[in-house]
Write a protein that binds this ligand. Structure first.
Ligand SMILES: [Mn+2]
Length: 273
């Protein structure tokens, strides 16, 4: 027995020595890295990346694995927010963006918001994750659409399809009253935003088609909600009272906000209509 406790003591001491050595050697390295990083990060703009989310665990993993190194290479001062929908069976992409924006702005200040689908991965480091003098459509060329741009005519409007990933300065996003809260299910909320911008005399700028290339992660295509497209008829007048300023009339409840190492997770209950 005495032998055993002596062995245990030796083991403990060796462990202690190794741990001390490790901390002594590693701490200066961490401090140095921190300082070097502080010097390198020249960005003054604070960027929030908002991801509307439900039931796409694999996509989120791939997204985070790609985006953290990508954004660090660009030296962006950023945070990622995942806004998860519960309740209402139809996915409310625009509404989730509005809720995310309003929740985030309660405690933080950001200059720039990037509204980002979880299944789109930028393929080129030159795609700038920042805001400029006009709102920007980032995911211009997506692989599953043959890296091409699309437009269509609807109720006399020529609509350029600008879904996927867009960047708005905080003031531009407020100026158009955010997204519409009314779109439920797949389709149309991005076209509604395009029309809001037009109504405000704004337009999306776009990066070169050869640069702004995205890979899309495969999933089953949700069925288009055709009734969404009827809303586009009056987008350009409705936007004044449908959006950030009418969020309090929407039946939703923020259930939790959890700060995780790689993102902040906000869960939202939306009442089914
Ligand atoms: Mn998709």
């Amino acid at each position: 027995m005495p032998n055993l406790s002596r062995d245990a003591l030796w083991g403990f001491l060796c462990g202690l020595v190794i741990a001390t050595l490790f901390v002594a050697l590693f701490t200066p390295y961490l401090v140095w890295e921190r300082l070097a990083l502080g010097k390198k990060c020249t960005s003054k703009e604070r960027v929030a990346i908002l991801i509307p989310y439900r039931d796409r665990e694999e996509h989120l993993k791939t997204f985070l694995q790609h985006m953290h190194p990508f954004l660090k290479r660009q030296q962006v001062d950023y945070s990622i927010y995942v806004i998860e929908q519960q309740g209402e069976p139809k996915f409310c992409r625009g509404l989730l963006f509005n809720i995310g924006f309003s929740e985030v702005m309660k405690t933080e200040t950001y200059d720039c918001f990037i509204f980002h689908d979880v299944d789109l991965i930028p393929e080129d480091d030159r795609i700038k994750y920042s805001c400029s003098s006009s709102p920007r459509h980032l995911s211009v060329a997506v692989d599953k659409f043959g890296y091409r741009m699309f437009s269509y005519s609807h109720y006399g409007h020529l609509i350029h399809v600008c879904g996927g990933v867009t960047a708005f300065s905080t003031s531009h996003f407020k100026l158009v009253n955010g997204f519409s809260n009314l779109f439920r299910g797949w389709g149309g909320e991005d076209d509604d935003m395009f029309l809001r911008l037009k109504a405000r005399g704004l337009d999306y700028s776009r990066q070169d088609l050869n640069i702004a290339r995205y890979r899309s992660l495969p999933h089953e295509q949700a069925e288009k909600n055709e009734t969404n497209y009827l809303l586009l008829k009056n987008s350009q007048t409705r936007y004044l009272q449908d959006g950030l300023n009418s969020l309090e009339t929407v039946d939703y409840r923020v259930k939790s906000t959890t700060r995780l190492p790689l993102y902040t997770h906000i869960t939202v209950w939306i009442d089914a209509k």
